[in-house]
Structures are given as structure tokens and as C-alpha cells.
Design a protein around this ligand. Structure first.
Ligand code: ADP
Length: 260
């Protein structure tokens, strides 16, 4: 409990010390509340798949299915929920490593247009199956960025998977270009969009506009918070433009020539 306040009126040194202590206790309080909320969230996110896994394992053991087909469905659910837990563990590991400053970046000169090419290929089948076309505009000579290639792939996979997830039919457009000493990457979709009131919270851990929709696609609600942190440690910036019912654009900016 950090709620004890030091009351001292006056502008002398003791006054400003009292102020500093009050500010610190406020910070600790917020930290504690966030921590508790975070753990409550994790517990809930782990409990949900576990409940399914337990329930359907039990049903299989007791042979509660009426047909081979139904049995397969049970097994599929168990598999899907196991994957969900796996996704969550991976995301949590990443988050904790980044937050502790223990994520080692392997920065080198990479051609970011090649990374994007690879990521687009990865999501292509899913997009095609949903009737989504994916277009890509990039300078043919490539764009060199000093960055960790694997982490860049992770950032772009997240954004492109989201674009595919939250679009029914329609288009995804990815662009890379240089603009006033910056390298810009935009991922634009014609999907469901995000309302103005939700946009400010999207980079918060576990924030989802539609929980069940996110879960049904294997989403953990941690993707964008990881993306934001990965962009930050590359000295980059991320911005969202969105209109409900029309689509969403994520804009990444990285400084050019940032060899250190
Ligand atoms: P999730 O695992 O739920 O996708 P994210 O952190 O990646 O978690 O995204 C948080 C939320 O932001 C999503 O649940 C979704 O509501 C919203 N969102 C992210 N990308 C898009 C997009 N391209 N279009 C519409 N909504 C999006």
C-alpha cells in the first residue's frame, strides 16, 4: 500500500522533497495497479484455453461424441486451444525480454523490401482464401535499413496478419518508400476499421476491440504492444490511421543511415 501521503505546505526544500515523495508513491501505485491487472489478464488468457482443453479431453475420455466426425472436431478444438496457449507464451516471453532490456538486437544492413516480400508470401494463402488481394509497391533497387531482420519480419508479420484477420474480402496494400531522411513502410487494408475511441488503446497489452473475434483467429491481444516496443527499440515510430467500416493504415517510420 503506497497510499500514504506526505502533507507539507511550503516552497522550501522539504516542500519539494514531500512533493517528490508524493509523485513517487503515485507512480508506484499506478505500477502496482498495472501489474495486478496484467497478471489478472494473463491468468484469464491461460484459463480460457485450459478450460476448453480440459473439457474436451474429458469428453473424449468418456467417449461423449456421437460420431467419428464429432471426435475429430473435439481434437481440432484441443489442438487450436493448445496453439492459442503457445502463442500467448511466445508473446509473453518476447514482452518480458523487451521490458527487461534483455532482447539482443542483431542489427545489420538489410534490404527491407526483401523481408516484406517474404512476409507477404507467408500470408498470401490465408489472404487468397479470404478473397483478399495483396499488392506491394517498393523501389526495384531495394531499400537498405540498419535493423534486426528477424524482428522486422516479426513486426511486419503481425501487421499483415492483422490486416488479413480484420478484413473480409478487399485489398491490402503494402508500400515502402523513402521520405525526408526516413524509411516509411505502410500497411493499408480495406477491412473493418477501428473507431476513433479505440485507436489510442491499441498498443496496450491485451487490448482488443472484439475479444471473441481476435481469439477465434488465434490472436492474443499482445501483438501490437510487442510491435510498438520492437519499433521503439529500432528508434522508429508507428502511427495508425483508421476509419470504422472503411479500413486501417499502419505507418512505420525508421531513420535512414542510423549506423551506431
Ligand atoms: P490481436 O491478437 O487481438 O490481433 P493485436 O495487439 O495485434 O491483438 O491487436 C489489438 C486489436 O487491434 C485487435 O484485437 C483488433 O481489435 C485491432 N486491430 C489490429 N489490427 C487491425 C486492423 N488491421 N483492422 C482492424 N482492427 C485491427
Amino acid at each position: 500500500d503506497f497510499s500514504t501521503r506526505v502533507t507539507y505546505k511550503g516552497n522550501d526544500e522539504i516542500g519539494s522533497l514531500a512533493n517528490a515523495i508524493n509523485n513517487l508513491s503515485q507512480t508506484l501505485e499506478t505500477y502496482q495497479t498495472n501489474r495486478n491487472e496484467f497478471f489478472a489478464n494473463i491468468t484469464h488468457e491461460l484459463k480460457t484455453p485450459l478450460t476448453y482443453i480440459k473439457g474436451y479431453t474429458n469428453a473424449l475420455k468418456k467417449k461423449l461424441y456421437q460420431s467419428e466426425e464429432e471426435k475429430e472436431t473435439y481434437l481440432d478444438i484441443i489442438e487450436k486451444e493448445t496453439n492459442q496457449m503457445n502463442n500467448l507464451m511466445d508473446d509473453l516471453m518476447d514482452l518480458s525480454k523487451i521490458e527487461e532490456g534483455k532482447l539482443n538486437l542483431h542489427k545489420e544492413d538489410i534490404d527491407i523490401t526483401e523481408v516484406i516480400d517474404m512476409v507477404i508470401n507467408k500470408i498470401m494463402i490465408k489472404a487468397k482464401n479470404k478473397g483478399i488481394t495483396v499488392s506491394y509497391e517498393a523501389p526495384p533497387e531495394g531499400v537498405v535499413l540498419y535493423a534486426d531482420g528477424q524482428r522486422m519480419e516479426q513486426i511486419l508479420t503481425n501487421l499483415l496478419e492483422n490486416a488479413t484477420r480484420y478484413t473480409e474480402k478487399g485489398n491490402i496494400l503494402v508500400r515502402v518508400f523513402k521520405h525526408s531522411k526516413q524509411i516509411k513502410i505502410t500497411v493499408e487494408d480495406t477491412g473493418i476499421g477501428i473507431s476513433e475511441k479505440d485507436v489510442p488503446y491499441l498498443f496496450e497489452r491485451f487490448y482488443r476491440v472484439d475479444k471473441s473475434r481476435s481469439r477465434s483467429h488465434g490472436g492474443t491481444g499482445l501483438g501490437l504492444s510487442i510491435v510498438k516496443k520492437l519499433v521503439d527499440i529500432h528508434d522508429g515510430a508507428i502511427e495508425i490511421q483508421s476509419k470504422l467500416g472503411e479500413g486501417t493504415t499502419f505507418i512505420l517510420s525508421f531513420p535512414m543511415d542510423q549506423h551506431k
